[in-house]
Design a protein around this ligand. Sequence first.
Ligand code: F6R
Length: 608
Amino acid sequence: MCGIVAYIGPKDATPFLLEGLARLEYRGYDSAGVAVAGRTGGIKLRKVKGRVADLAAAVPARFKGTTGIGHTRWATHGVPSDENAHPHLDNAERIAVVHNGIIENADELRARLSAEGAIFRSETDTEVLSHLIAAHATEGVELEEAVRAALGKVVGTYGIAVLDAEQPDRIVVARNGSPIVLGIGEKEMFAASDVSALVRYTRQVVHLEDGELAVVRADGFRTFTEDARTTHRQPSTVDWEIDSYDTGGFEHFLLKEINEQPGSVERTLGGRLDERFATAHLGGLNLDARELREIRRVKILGCGSAYYAGEMGAQLIEELSRIPAHSEPASEFRYRNPVIEADTLYVAVSQSGETYDTLAAVQEIKRKGGRVLGVVNTVGSAIARECDGGIYLHAGPEISVASTKAFTSTVVAFALLALHFGRIHDLSPADGRRIVSALKALPDQIREVLDQSDAIAELAAEYAKSAGMMFIGRVRGFPVAREGAQKLKEISYVHAEAYPASELKHGPLALISPELPTVALVPDDELLDKNLTTLGEIKARSGRVIAVAHRRPEEKLADHCILVPKSEPELDPLLLNIPLQLLAYHAAVALGRDVDKPRNLAKSVTVE
Ligand code: F6R
């Protein structure tokens, strides 16, 4: 949510800043801006409402400087506008600041700074930082000292980068709840909120910790804490491939990421299946078999699609290990003074590892003495670091705002966890082997579904203009329906409702008409007959039905059918979900939507 980039070195900063912002645009895209400083003195600033491409068009050729910062925004305080776009300047136009996060005491600081003469030009909380830092940047004070002193007065979360026209030989960055990563180049240095902006330039990075600041110069950096203690940070190497950050010939990142799923699932499984004992090896759990046997319940927490993946995970855990498991939105959990139990295992799910509500839930559990595992894609992210152990997805970077490959890998990670739990409890070796072979078969089965993309595109084009869509599924199929409806709403803006198929006749059947088609999950399992009865009820009300099924239902029960290869019943939801990703994608394309950057949204929701 919002992206930050910064550069200092011998070259002109602007091309890097603009390219870096374009790579971070998935994090927020309602306005963007850059500021540079150089030997000629003063700060040059351009910021516009709109996309990074609009900013690039507004930046004149003479806009040059060897030190610079940039930002792409997802509005929290104030509407998207030129004035509210970052960077923000103080009144003397000496200090420029870009910021991710929320300053909670912004009103109080604004009142105090205004009384001292500061004139505010935006509605943002960020602008208080530029005035506050400027107030501390008195004669002879180093920029890093001014920033440190100013942050001492701030309550809230931030990742910031600060530029000073009078000290253009440095940039100061700081992190508290919103990521900042330094990139180490050859006689040049970079900083960003996300490595995706840096990988073209360097693989050597340093992730700042919460409460840490860095002063960055062309030839190196120094990190220190809010109370001025120097810290010693060793660079790590980014191992994600550079081409993960390009569309690689696909029309959209979303389509690329949907198509990457056979490979990303292979990576999630990589080295974790133990054929001899028909179980899974999960080295990062930091819990031995004895400790795992003491667990009486599993509570899974995540937001949005991560929560729905958690619902699939809860079913897998209950089915394979018979340990009661339940998924809840982390955003609700943290506000209800949750009861934390010693024999409950808490599992936080997050692709980004940054989602604030999930992070806050983890912190609340840990504060009360609970044990939390993370199922996270981004290595070293805030949630991963906060958890006691966990499973990394290794799905690779997910750039499109809507989650697809990380969703699938999360469910695979839960299948591994459920298998591991199950084999410690009462899951038989034969059942363990059944799940191991089914997991190994998934990548090829996903390929089979992906091969139907063209046919699904035709269906999507036919139905995209519907007033809305109903998604239904029973038990294992219900989280699939929820995720399918979420994906459609999110990227095509077509209203969609997900219901347990069994609940239809308790109310929503009244909605069924030819104008409201139903996508029905119809696996060939013990509930097949019940599902077919529901289809009959919909058809009897002239509803149109798209069945996603293992076997084609009779013609009178479904207008269309997308056939999905059969796995083991516990793993079927994972495959049934793939055509729904394609359906949402093609519907969004048919409607001309901005597929990778849907309106009002951003990747990584790092605010409450
Ligand atoms: C949906 C989507 C969101 C995220 C949610 C949690 O496609 O992307 O619902 O799943 O914001 O994000 P993470 O997993 O990064 O915590």
